[in-house]
Design a protein around this ligand. Structure first.
Ligand code: FES
Length: 273
């Protein structure tokens, strides 16, 4: 069993942090890798990229938004409760090297995934500018951690309640107009990643994105996580989760993510009743 040792509610309770005892995973995991969690015997398998690992303590940290029944079941778990299954580390780690100037862009809970990657690029000797965004100030997460993990942090909110009033893409464009960037990383909602990649492509900046399609086994067996990258079918769980953002078919990914929306809503509504 994988016991929760710390639990925090963020962004007005819509985002939950769980630090979980998982010593074998904590020892092996690298930035960019993910785990698949199941709360109980009947539970759905949910893939989540690790926000933090602590090999000495033997723990991993996940940060997720409550969006449906399964994450609502996760939210009910308190410190001392346990997930029945946590498998990982899965997927390929982020390829981190010294390239010069790196631009890390995160939105929503994608910021949690971006945090260890940003830190790794900075530790590798890169000059890292980070841009994070949320709909409003109270939905912004991990600002202090992202500040420490980067050389320069810019913050945006859609409603202007904090930082730049507007989308992360406005600031991405402003940075690229002024500076030469050698590598970008964009992690967040699909429309955000698509929009960031459309801009970085104009400036010829290689851009990594981390994809989170529906997954079942997480080991390349079921095909549930298939995505199209450069007209080739890839499995996000074993070929990713990170891909060249300029090659990803984001429209197809978005359509596949919405395939079970009605069923998911009905399931969530009956859970909440
Ligand atoms: Fe089954 Fe990736 S989750 S192939």
């Amino acid at each position: 069993m994988f016991t929760i040792v710390k639990r925090e509610e963020m962004a007005q309770g819509t985002v939950i942090l769980n630090e979980i005892e998982a010593p074998l995973i904590a020892r092996k995991a690298q930035p960019g890798q993910f785990v698949i969690l199941k709360a109980n015997e009947e539970g759905e398998r949910i893939p989540l990229t690790m926000a933090e690992t602590d090999a000495a303590k033997g723990t991993i940290t996940i940060i997720y938004m409550v969006v449906g029944k399964s994450t609502a079941v996760f939210r009910d778990l308190q410190v001392g409760d346990a997930y029945q299954d946590v498998i990982g580390p899965l997927g390929k780690p982020t390829h981190v090297e010294k390239v010069g100037k790196v631009l890390c862009v995160g939105g929503g809970t994608g910021v949690a995934v971006l945090h260890p990657i940003t830190r790794a690029f900075k530790e590798a000797g890169n000059d890292v500018t980070c841009i994070i965004g949320a709909r409003s100030k109270d939905l912004l997460i991990l600002e202090d951690k992202m500040k420490a993990a980067s050389n320069d942090l810019r913050v945006c909110t859609d409603d202007g309640s904090y930082g730049h009033h507007g989308f992360v893409t406005d600031v991405v464009k402003a940075v690229l107009d002024k500076e030469k960037v050698d590598q970008a990383v964009a992690i967040g909602p699909v429309p955000m990643m698509k929009a960031v990649c459309a801009i970085t492509k104009q400036y010829d900046v290689p851009t990594l994105v981390s994809l989170n399609p529906i997954m079942i086994d997480g080991t390349g067996m079921c095909g549930g996580c298939r995505v199209t990258v450069g007209d080739k079918t890839k499995f996000a769980c074993v070929d990713g989760p990170e891909f060249d953002g300029h090659q990803v078919n984001f429209d197809e990914l978005q359509t596949r993510l919405r395939a079970y929306m009605e069923e998911e809503k009905a399931c969530y509504d009956s859970h909440c009743r």
